[in-house]
Design a protein around this ligand. Structure first.
Ligand SMILES: [Zn+2]
Length: 272
């Protein structure tokens, strides 16, 4: 599933293509895409003729600002936003469920094999409230004090990192990788973390997310950037999907457990 770094890589790819451009036509052929709000026809009508004033990211959501309204896109498990110029780029197939044509520039396709993704319109002023996602971990507001406050309560630290209402954009891969770098075991109660561990975890979260963006994402499952290219960060994972292989720090075999229905990977020696 695409997480913050993958969504950010795609956003940066797309911003040059769509910023200031007018949506000439819009076609949504899969009704499940708009299930959260409106029908495909209503979403199409809200898009046609509108100009993209900004393309932002909030957690794992893309937000195309169109003036009064915003188009929100979430990729879910297997969603892809793929750009096609007039002569090159992606060509639609049976899994392509939406197409936005930008005046004279090219077409933005939404492709999704499992159809868990979403595309809907929100009034610009209510986007923040309606999405209800927590602090952006790469923003200056994500301080040690903020993370310490979030750690109060009974949740396990891994569950806290995955809770989009608390911290935006972290999923299974980057949670496991951040906890390894911070040497914190995923099963720990968040409230049990010491001040030095909270400090290390905040730094680790930012490091893995920034490294993920720098290496253009992790191509687990079918992630591709807006030009259809794979990401390179998967080769740099230290624990995620490395169970049974030696820890890069101490040589202990990486373990895999299921925690809150999510597979979880950690080093039983380094992570306490
Ligand atoms: Zn280790």
């Amino acid at each position: 599933m695409p997480e913050l770094p993958e969504v950010e890589v795609i956003r940066r790819d797309l911003v040059d293509q769509v910023l200031g451009r007018r949506i000439q036509s819009a076609k949504i052929t899969e009704p499940r895409l708009t299930r959260r709000r409106g029908t495909p026809h209503e979403v199409e009508a809200a898009l046609i003729g509108r100009r993209v004033r900004a393309l932002r990211r909030r957690g794992k959501f893309f937000i195309f600002e169109l003036g009064q309204d915003s188009l929100v896109v979430r990729l879910g498990m297997t969603g892809q936003l793929l750009w096609s110029g007039n002569d090159d780029g992606f060509r639609p197939d049976q899994y392509t469920h939406a197409a936005l044509v930008f005046d004279g520039r090219g077409t933005l396709y939404y492709r999704d094999i499992r159809k868990f993704g979403e595309m809907f319109i929100l009034p610009a002023g209510s986007v923040e409230r309606r999405l209800g996602v927590g602090v952006e971990p790469l923003d200056a507001q994500f301080t040690v004090e903020v993370l310490r406050d979030l750690c109060q309560g009974s949740a396990r630290i891994k569950a806290l990192l995955l809770n989009q209402r608390k911290i935006a954009g972290i999923g299974n891969i980057y949670a496991d990788e951040a906890l390894f770098r911070a040497r914190v075991r995923p099963t720990r109660r968040a409230a049990s973390l010491r001040q030095d561990e909270i400090r290390a975890l905040r730094r680790a979260i930012r490091q893995v997310l920034e490294a993920g963006i720098r290496h253009r994402g992790s191509s687990i499952s079918n992630y591709r950037d807006a030009c259809g290219r794979v990401g390179r960060f998967g080769a740099l994972h230290r624990v995620y999907h490395r169970h049974g292989q030696p820890c890069c720090r101490c040589g202990t075999l990486i373990r895999r457990i299921v925690l809150g229905q999510r597979s979880t990977h950690f080093c039983p020696t380094c992570q306490r």
